[in-house]
Design a protein around this ligand. Structure first.
Ligand SMILES: *Cc1c(COP(=O)(O)O)cnc(C)c1O
Length: 403
């Protein structure tokens, strides 16, 4: 047996990705101003961020960050269990628990780490984690790392979840789902899933990265919107980097489960605490998200305006009422060409390709913010129409085509 040449394998894999339009490229923004991004010297209107409420540059959020950094510094100093735990973290955890109406909450460095923590701390060998097929990559990886068995059910199929749980009657069980699906924008059938979890004595965990701040009363998210409490959903994830416009994540819910995470979860214990300044910024953002219903109203208006306009123009939309409004293009190359054509019209929309979405379902992931005006939405609709012509007719869209 010969040793695999790792560098050769990497080079081959990249060549294969390149041949299939699957190379991932980063675009660099040099400046941001609300939903405008300066990219390669040109200002574009972004429909690709997750700053759904438009809080990331809010003066109260930025002031909290600056004030706390001025007093406490830029860093986290140590992990929470050593000496990194700070009053700013506690204040944020209390605010999130109060907001969601749950007993307890725990702050994590990111949503990805929080998901790793929850599944690892709760499950091990002999246990099962049942998940929606379209769950976020971090939940899938979490189950793999936990060493439990991972069973995936067809998207949004509560009966499928029931079948999977019935198939593994022994060991502890976690039923984990995204609240709002990040690439489709639809909401999980949480009520039905909660019934399944109860019947099968599984703990239900909802990753509400895209629902928190956006859905439900006071923006409490998809769980509250479904009328479910901590009995039905003992743990949920609120990420702070999306609608809250900050960074980090909070796992909220049952006090004993949360304490178990704080005392045993490796991605909580073996990492530096978030800087207190970042926690202070998040606290300011949560307060704004609770108070400013107008931000959600603006989103609802933009979503309705977009859907009506897109359907009038013959675009096929997915069944989503959330700020995530995907347009499926099919082939990778088509999605890329579409995004390029939109950029030529001044709109920045992300083309999402496999493996982030299933094969043959490359798409434009259009995302709205409370900061988009009606004119922004209308401009996007016109750009889409223009782009469809450009891509359909196959004439090349390049920088020179930018009006
Ligand atoms: C973004 C996202 C995460 C990860 O959160 P980060 O704070 O960005 O690490 C987890 N789950 C879902 C569904 C997400 O969309």
């Amino acid at each position: 047996m010969a040793r695999t040449d790792l560098r050769q394998r990497i080079a081959d894999a990249r060549a294969q990705r390149a041949a299939r339009d699957r190379v991932r490229m980063r675009r660099t923004a040099s400046r941001r101003d609300g939903v405008r991004f300066e990219v390669d010297g040109q200002w574009l209107t972004g429909f690709c961020g997750n700053d759904y409420l438009g809080l990331s540059q809010h003066f109260a959020v930025v002031n909290a960050l600056q004030d706390t950094a001025a007093r406490e510094g830029a860093g986290g100093v140590a992990s929470h269990l050593i000496c990194g735990h700070h009053a700013a973290h506690v204040a944020l955890e209390r605010e999130v628990a109060d907001w969601l109406g749950v007993p307890s909450a725990l702050l994590f460095g990111s949503g990805f780490m929080a998901n790793l923590a929850v599944v690892q701390a709760l499950l091990g060998e002999g246990d099962v984690c049942v998940q929606d097929r379209l769950n976020h990559a971090s939940l899938i990886d979490a189950a793999r790392l936990a060493g439990c068995s991972l069973r995936r059910y067809p998207h949004a199929d509560a009966e499928g979840a029931l079948r999977q749980l019935r198939g593994v009657p022994e060991g502890a069980a976690l039923l984990a789902t995204d609240g709002v699906f990040s690439m489709d924008g639809d909401v999980a059938p949480l009520k039905q899933l909660a019934l399944v979890a109860r019947a099968q004595r599984a703990v239900m965990y909802v990753d509400d990265a895209h629902g928190a701040g956006v859905l439900g009363p006071e923006g409490r998210g998809s769980v509250a919107d479904a009328g479910l409490g901590v009995d039905a959903v003992p743990l949920q994830l609120v990420t702070l980097g999306k609608a809250l416009g900050s960074y980090g994540a909070v796992v909220a819910g049952d006090a004993e489960l949360v304490r178990h995470l704080a005392e045993t979860a490796r991605p909580y214990i073996y990492t530096t605490a978030l800087p207190p300044a970042q926690a202070a910024a998040s606290l300011a953002a949560v307060k704004l998200a609770r108070r400013d219903q107008w931000r959600r109203d603006r989103l609802v208006a933009s979503i309705a305006r977009f859907r009506e306009g897109a359907m009038k123009r013959g675009f096929e939309l997915m069944p989503s009422d959330t700020p995530i409004q995907p347009l499926v293009c099919g082939e990778d190359a088509r999605a890329l060409a579409f995004a390029q054509a939109l950029e030529a019209q001044g709109a920045w929309v992300a083309a999402i390709r496999p493996p982030t979405v299933p094969e043959g379902q490359a798409r434009l992931r259009i995302a709205f913010s409370a900061l988009h005006s009606d004119a922004d939405v209308d401009g996007l609709l016109e750009a889409l129409e223009w782009a469809r012509e450009a891509v359909g007719n196959g004439f090349p869209v390049d920088r020179a085509a930018r009006a």
